[in-house]
Ligand binder design. Structure first.
Ligand code: HEM
Length: 556
């Protein structure tokens, strides 16, 4: 039971050896904490015994209170409503029969007000507003607008993931990024919460491979928009390293195994992975072969008895490699070019696998790895797909990989934008809040327009993937997804830069209020380069579209 204090009780604890302060009507004992306070002791002593809410919010954001509340709060003021019911969310927009008195927006003079058709009227059902309601900081369906794609199960999943991220992930993300590691228990929870099984770009949730289920969505209701929500909400923590740690290796290393692996291999390996006990990654890129996959050199030679492959070679920039048990590896089993490539599941237990963590500019907690395979003896049963037909396996994977990157980039752009909007409302320069300077609003507007354009394209692409089978999607959507990947990384880079300009010095030093922006700025290149660089993506977007539309009967 929290203790109740009056303001005058608190006022008696104003000395350095007995130092209390009030923040938002909660009382904190900072006597011991003051010596470790990064902002200094004296500044706390000056507000000892007083309400320091104004000063607190000037220098910190919400994550600080979330992190330290449990440790430092000793009670609340008697003026604070005790056991008050949670503040209800703002009432949703009127759905049916708006009363004649209700204010209706009227068109500007000269504008033509469209009248909804009868069908549209019947379909009209907007979502309840959710989140902080900062415009453009969340997708429009979070903000009381209509959506053709999202239903009740999506709303429920959004709430489920957000609560988890807010409570257990976001307050610790900066620490984990600096430590270059996310605690294993978080990955384990990804399995136990049923998220891993839902993140493979499959049309059906694979109930035969795991006993875990997502709490708020039945397996039969699971679709690609649920998958979007899990990645999107995880990305709100504002750390590429975190997201890549949890889904980076898995999201690209596991689908080829599930889609093309032999049944006994899948049944042996998958349950451990989907439970969160074992980890898998995708090993394609080499010191000398990146986007140019067809030229890779890591070789796998069949033994004379035809029972094993002997693998030798190097792989570089492999996400999660250091802590993986399994490596979905592209190897050369035949002649030069794309027709000599196979996909093979290498297991660390086979021996001869060495992994070394690489030091990179960003995504620090993702475990970017250099791998060497030295005479690794892999049973032929571990072949994924057919021999020398691995190129198809790798290509099929790209749409899913790129969509994951796109989701993250758009959300990171939103995070940069949201942090900027919030900061611009409290920071004053030249006697005005930043938000009151037109030059700052211009920056926000340019961020928002690119975010919304990218996100709406993403929703459409996901809907198309949902409606098409894998091969059709690969052909018809490969170009668009490549174009959208470039669009989203350019947007991310733009937003990270503009947010950094708005935060000034706070986004140059690490930690504190600018922590997310500073970190995301460092993460940008990890999105603009892998999974197909911007240049390769833009070229592919046109080449592929032309090729497919020629077949469809394009008239020039
Ligand atoms: C519950 C009480 C408080 C806690 C737990 C706390 C915690 C922290 C932490 C963790 C930082 C490091 C920067 C960051 O991560 O944001 C920090 C910085 C700072 N704090 Fe506090 N603080 C508290 C109260 C206060 C109060 C009441 C003031 C002012 C009167 C204050 C002034 C500052 C300043 C000036 C900085 C440096 C900001 C910067 O580097 O730009 N803090 N505080």
């Amino acid at each position: 039971m929290a203790k109740i204090f009056s303001q005058s009780d608190v006022a008696t604890h104003k000395k350095p050896d007995d130092l209390w302060v009030v923040v938002d009507e909660d009382v904190y004992d900072l006597t011991k904490f003051q010596t470790e306070h990064p902002g200094g002791q004296k500044i706390l002593q000056r507000v000892g015994g007083k309400d320091a809410s104004k000063q607190f919010w000037k220098y910190h954001n919400e994550s600080i209170l979330k992190k330290y509340k449990g440790q430092l709060q000793i009670g609340s003021l008697d003026s604070k409503k005790q056991d008050a019911p949670p503040t209800p969310p703002p009432s949703p927009p009127q759905k049916k029969d708006p009363s004649p008195e209700a204010a209706q927006p009227s068109p500007e003079s000269g504008a033509v007000a469209p009248v909804p058709s009868k069908v549209a009227e019947e379909l009209k059902e907007s979502m309840d507003p959710y989140g902080d309601l900062v415009p453009y900081a969340d997708p429009s369906w979070y903000q009381g607008q209509h959506s053709a794609y999202f239903k009740l199960t999506h709303e429920a999943l959004r709430k489920e993931v957000r609560e988890w991220v807010d409570a257990e992930i976001e307050p610790n993300v900066t620490e984990w990024d600096e430590a270059k590691r996310v605690p294993e228990k978080i990955y384990k929870q990804m399995g136990e919460r049923g998220y891993l099984a839902g993140l493979m770009g499959l049309h059906k949730y694979p109930t035969h491979l795991t006993k875990h289920r997502v709490r708020s969505v039945g397996p039969e209701q699971w679709d690609l928009f649920h998958e979007l929500i899990v990645t999107d909400e995880l990305s709100r923590a504002g750390s590429g390293g975190l997201v890549w740690n949890l889904v980076g290796g898995f999201g690209i290393g596991c689908p080829p195994l599930v889609k093309f692996g032999k049944k006994p291999l899948i049944e042996r390996i998958l349950p451990g992975i989907l439970n969160g006990d074992k980890r898998i990654c995708l090993a394609i890129t080499e010191p000398d072969a990146g986007s140019d996959v067809a030229n890779l050199t890591c070789e796998a030679k069949l033994t004379e008895d035809g029972k094993h492959y002997i693998v030798n070679g190097e792989k570089k920039w492999i996400t999660n490699g250091v802590w993986c048990d399994y490596f979905t590896t592209a190897v050369r089993t035949g002649g030069p070019g794309m027709n000599g490539i196979s996909a093979l599941l290498v297991e660390r237990d086979h021996g001869g696998v060495s992994t070394r963590k690489m030091d990179c500019q960003g995504v620090h907690s993702s475990g970017t790895t250099y791998i060497t395979f030295e005479d690794v003896k892999v049973p032929v049963e571990n072949l994924i797909g057919k021999e020398n037909q691995g190129f198809k396996v790798i290509m099929t994977n790209f749409n899913h990989e790129r969509i994951g990157i796109i989701i993250q980039c758009i959300r990171f752009s939103r995070v940069c934008y949201e942090e900027s909007v919030k900061y611009a409302h409290k920071r004053k320069t030249f006697g005005k809040r930043l938000i009151d300077h037109p030059v700052i609003r211009l920056k926000l507007a340019h961020m928002a327009r690119q975010i919304e354009a990218s996100y709406n394209w993403l929703e459409n692409v996901i809907y198309q993937c949902q409606m098409m089978n894998e091969t059709e999607a690969m052909l018809k959507l490969g170009g668009a997804i490549a174009g959208l990947k470039a669009q989203s990384t350019v947007t991310f880079e733009f937003c990270a830069r503009e947010a950094s300009q708005i935060f000034g010095g706070l986004s140059y030093s690490r930690g504190g209020q600018g922590a997310k922006v500073e970190r995301l700025y460092r993460d940008v290149r990890a999105y603009a380069i892998p999974g197909g660089s911007e240049e390769i993506m833009l070229d592919l977007s046109i080449r592929q579209a032309m090729r497919v539309h020629k077949i469809l009967g394009m008239k020039l």
